[in-house]
Design a protein around this ligand. Sequence first.
Ligand SMILES: [Zn+2]
Length: 72
Amino acid sequence: MVDNVDTPEEQPVLTPTPIYRCKDPACKAWVREEYLPADQKCPMCKGPMSRSMKHLPALTKGKKKRAGKGKG
Ligand SMILES: [Zn+2]
């Protein structure tokens, strides 16, 4: 008997990531919070978006940029 189970290899670590999701249930668009456009409008239908969470693999590529917070 052979167990034909596909073993997951090197699954990416999923971390709860803040995202913005389109409020329109017919529109499935969502973006990571860091990619949210300045106008906070849905990139697909230009409708309003609401904050949510999604388990996503952590971004590793590229330089890590610190959020410039405070006075400057
Ligand atoms: Zn939308």
